[in-house]
Design a protein around this ligand. Structure first.
Ligand SMILES: [Mn+2]
Length: 405
């Protein structure tokens, strides 16, 4: 079985990366066929937009049609809501669940419904597929993305029960608490502990970096995306590609794409720096990234933090000449998060902790004061008022007290 996720077809439809999502899907399917996969599964966010344009839909269908180049010996049966029906198989079947990007209400038909009707993809949601090859059976359960707030309830209500004596796979597309940073806007209700028991492998999409983890006898796999969208540190470190799950040995392996765009992420922390220091450091890192062999223009993301010299503010650091200099050789993005802004982020982080029911009061006034001193504020602001505002979840008021708006 071949596994990948988050193909985000149509990503940046109008930029110079417009072909990349399709090229990578084609690479993923080609690798799957070369690896003799009987079935291909995708864990959601097949499309980047809930309503893809006709040309995105057309190109997607073209790319998926590659799966017809090699026949698989499996027969498939869909079981959902007490009904069971055979699915006609041609080529190597592709089974997909929807992600948060392509779901917009129970009643509406999604782009995946269109692909399902065309016979290019089998769209699975809140059901299971029995895949049979000779005397061997495999069960693939799938639950498309649901709003994070409801994920825990929906999972419990659906309550998939794995089939004894056969390998069982579960496909989901949700955030899991264990993988979320405190300051992340994606709030999770599910923990790994909430996963239904007895599955040999759970595949999760959504989080675009890859990770494999053993949970007792089962494996929890973050499949990762096939394309870098927003570049996070975790994502930049690992190449994109396809996983293979051997249903007999229960072993997982990974095959990277032959050609892929490299991504570099740099968090740089400055201290009392002037614009020239910042610019020089940025150039140095970009040049270093460009020394590597890059068959496609690499993505380079610079996250600038820390403090600038007295009297210098963020706007004084003009990176336009650097961006222009490397426009032909890299896809650069820079975010300037120097002290004032990062302080705001820190307050938001504290507010987030408060929301997650770790009360501000429990964390203590002390922690807040430490955070404030790290942010190098001059100590003339009303700490206690700020503390109270945060404890009452009055974030606007907290910003006001600090003059950060
Ligand atoms: Mn996604």
């Amino acid at each position: 079985m071949a596994i990948f996720s988050d193909t985000h077809l149509g990503f940046e439809e109008r930029s110079e990366r417009s072909q990349e999502s399709f090229d990578n899907l084609e690479s993923a399917i080609s690798l799957s066929l070369a690896g003799n996969a009987d079935v291909i599964v995708i864990a959601g966010d097949v499309f980047d937009a809930p309503v893809p344009s006709h040309s995105v839909l057309y190109k997607s269908m073209q790319s998926f049609s590659i799966s017809k180049r090699k026949d698989s010996a499996v027969s498939l049966k869909l079981e959902k809501g007490g009904i069971s029906r055979d699915i006609a198989v041609s080529g190597t079947p592709v089974i997909a669940i929807h992600g948060n990007h392509e779901f917009f209400g129970k009643e509406a038909k999604t782009a995946l419904d269109v692909l399902d009707l065309s016979g290019l993809v089998i769209y699975l949601h809140a059901g299971r597929i029995e895949a049979q090859k000779g005397s061997e059976k495999l069960y693939i359960y799938g639950l498309g993305a649901v709003p994070e707030k409801r994920a825990l309830d929906v999972m419990a209500k659906w309550g998939p029960v794995p089939e004894k004596g056969s390998p069982n796979i579960l496909l989901v597309h949700q955030a899991f608490k264990e993988f979320m940073a405190v300051d992340d806007e994606m709030v999770a209700t599910l923990s790994l502990d909430d996963l239904p028991k007895g599955f040999d492998l759970t595949v999760d999409g959504h989080l675009h970096w890859r990770n494999e983890q053993n949970l007792g006898d089962s494996i929890f796999l973050l499949a990762g995306s096939t394309i870098a969208t927003s570049i996070k540190k975790l994502e930049a470190q690992k190449p994109k590609g396809v996983y293979f799950f051997d249903t007999t040995s229960k072993a997982l392996s990974f095959v990277p794409f032959d050609v892929q765009r490299k991504a570099f992420y740099h968090k740089m922390t400055f201290k009392d720096s002037g614009p020239q220091d910042v610019i020089a450091k940025c150039r140095e890192l970009i040049l270093q990234d460009l020394k590597e062999e890059n068959r496609l223009k690499p993505l380079i993301r610079l996250n600038l933090k820390g403090t600038l010299a007295k009297g210098i503010n963020s706007a004084d650091v003009n990176l336009k000449p650097v961006l222009d200099e490397f426009a032909q050789s890299a896809l650069l993005s820079v975010s300037k998060n120097f002290s004032d802004v990062s302080f705001k982020a820190r307050i938001e982080e504290l507010a987030e902790l408060q929301k997650s029911r770790l009360s501000i009061a429990a964390m203590g006034f002390e922690l807040l004061e430490r955070s404030l001193s790290e942010a190098e504020f001059d100590g003339t602001f009303p700490s206690r008022g700020l503390f109270d505002s945060l404890a009452e979840d009055e974030i606007e008021n907290a910003f006001k007290l600090l003059g950060v708006e």
